[in-house]
Ligand binder design. Structure first.
Ligand code: ADP
Ligand code: MG
Length: 329
C-alpha cells in the first residue's frame, strides 16, 4: 500500500527540548491514523512537521512519496483542523469555508458553490450567511472541518478537534468523522490524548511518550498486546506487574500487563489478595486489591457480588491474560 506520510528518523528539537526525537513512522494512504499520547509528548509538533509549519532538526519526511523539504505548507496537499478552530470572526461562515479557494485564486461564484458543498458534507447546509459567533461550539467545529475539506486535501490533520465539545456531542462527532473519512477516502491523522477516542476511531494508533513513538498498531494490538509498560498503563490503565513478580508467577523474567477486566475474584481462584477498596462506576465496580507487593485494579461486572473492604479473597486470571512485555522490563 502507498504511504501517505513517511518519517525517517525525524527529530525536532528546541534547544534542550526533544519535542520529537528519532521518529520513524509510516501512515498509509486512506487510513484513519491516530496519534495518542499525554500532553507534551510531541503530537502537535509531529502534525506541524507534516503540515510544513515546522522543519525537522534532522531526518527526512515524505508525503505521498515526495520529499517534503522545501515545500511550503500551501503546496503540500495537506490541511489542518486546529483544536481552537481558528475561524476568522469577522467573516461569514461561507467566506471562512471558501478562504483557501480564494487564496488559490478561484472565482467567487465557483468557490461559493464549493463552500456550500463542503457545508452540506458536514451537515450545515444553508449556514453560509451566519457569523461564526452565532454558532454553537459543535457547529463551529464543523465549519472548521468544512474549511479544511473544501481544499480537497490528500491528508487531513486534526489536532484534538473534539476536545472542546461535551461528551455526547463528542461521541456523535466521533462517529461522523469516521464515516466521513471512510466515504471520502482521505487519509486522516487524528491527534488525541484520549485513549478511548483513539481506540474507537482509528485503523491504527501510534502511542507517543516524550517525543518518541512507543508502539504503532491496531487498537487491538495496542490494547491487548502492549509493547511497553507505558503503553499498558496509558492505554486503558492496565496493571503492570514488575518482572520479579512475574518471574515468581510464571518463570519468565519480564514485566507483564494484566487488564483489570481479566482478574476474577472467587473461592476457586488460586492467589490470595486483600480488598483495599471499591468504587462503583456505573456498569462495573472497580476493586483495588493488595496482592503481594503491589496494588491491582480489578473490574467486577454489575450483578456480581462485590467483596468488602478488608476482606481476604482469592483471585485468578487466564494464563494468556498475563501479557509479557520484553521491552522496557
Ligand atoms: P503535545 O501536542 O503532545 O502536547 P507538543 O508537540 O505540543 O506536545 O510539545 C512537545 C514538547 O515540545 C513539549 O515539551 C513542548 O513544551 C515543547 N515545544 C513545543 N513547541 C515548542 C516551541 N515552539 N518552543 C519550545 N518548545 C516547544
Ligand atoms: Mg498538542
Amino acid at each position: 500500500m502507498q504511504s501517505a506520510v513517511l518519517f525517517k528518523n525525524v527529530s525536532r528539537h528546541y534547544g534542550e527540548v526533544r519535542a520529537v526525537h528519532a521518529v520513524d513512522l509510516e501512515v498509509r494512504a486512506g487510513e484513519f491514523f491516530a496519534m495518542l499520547g499525554p500532553s507534551g509528548s510531541g503530537k502537535t509538533t509531529s502534525l506541524r512537521l507534516i503540515a510544513g509549519f515546522e522543519q525537522p532538526t534532522s531526518g527526512h519526511i515524505e508525503i505521498f512519496g515526495e520529499t517534503a523539504e522545501g515545500v511550503p505548507p500551501y503546496r503540500r496537499n495537506v490541511n489542518t483542523v486546529f483544536q481552537d478552530y481558528a475561524l476568522f470572526p469577522h467573516m461569514s461562515v461561507r467566506d471562512n469555508v471558501a478562504y483557501g479557494l480564494m487564496i488559490a485564486g478561484m472565482g467567487r461564484k465557483a468557490r461559493y458553490a464549493k463552500a456550500e458543498e463542503a457545508l452540506e458534507l458536514v451537515r450545515l447546509p444553508g449556514y453560509g450567511d451566519r457569523a461564526p459567533a452565532a454558532l454553537s461550539g459543535g457547529q463551529r467545529q464543523r465549519v472548521a472541518l468544512a474549511r479544511a475539506l473544501v481544499n480537497e486535501p490528500k491528508v487531513l490533520l486534526l489536532d484534538e478537534p473534539l476536545g472542546a465539545l461535551d461528551l455526547k456531542l463528542r461521541e456523535q462527532m466521533q462517529e461522523e468523522l469516521k464515516s466521513l473519512q471512510k466515504s471520502l477516502g482521505i487519509t486522516f491523522i487524528f491527534v488525541t490524548h484520549d485513549q478511548g477516542e483513539a481506540l474507537s476511531m482509528a485503523d491504527r494508533v501510534a502511542v507517543f511518550d516524550h517525543g518518541k513513538i512507543q508502539q504503532v498498531g491496531t487498537p487491538q494490538d495496542i490494547y491487548q498486546r502492549p509493547d511497553t509498560p507505558f503503553v499498558a498503563d496509558f492505554v486503558g490503565s492496565s496493571n503492570v506487574l514488575p518482572a520479579d513478580m512475574v518471574l515468581e508467577l510464571t518463570g519468565h523474567h519480564a514485566a507483564a500487563s494484566l487488564r483489570p477486566e481479566a482478574i476474577r475474584i472467587g473461592a476457586e481462584e488460586k492467589h490470595a489478595a486483600t480488598v483495599a477498596g471499591a468504587s462503583y462506576i456505573g456498569a462495573v465496580t472497580r476493586v483495588s486489591l493488595n496482592f503481594r507487593q503491589m496494588q491491582l485494579s480489578a473490574l467486577v461486572p454489575a450483578g456480581v457480588a462485590v467483596p468488602e473492604t478488608g476482606e481476604t479473597v482469592s483471585i485468578g486470571w487466564d494464563r494468556e491474560a498475563l501479557h509479557l512485555m520484553e521491552r522496557g522490563s
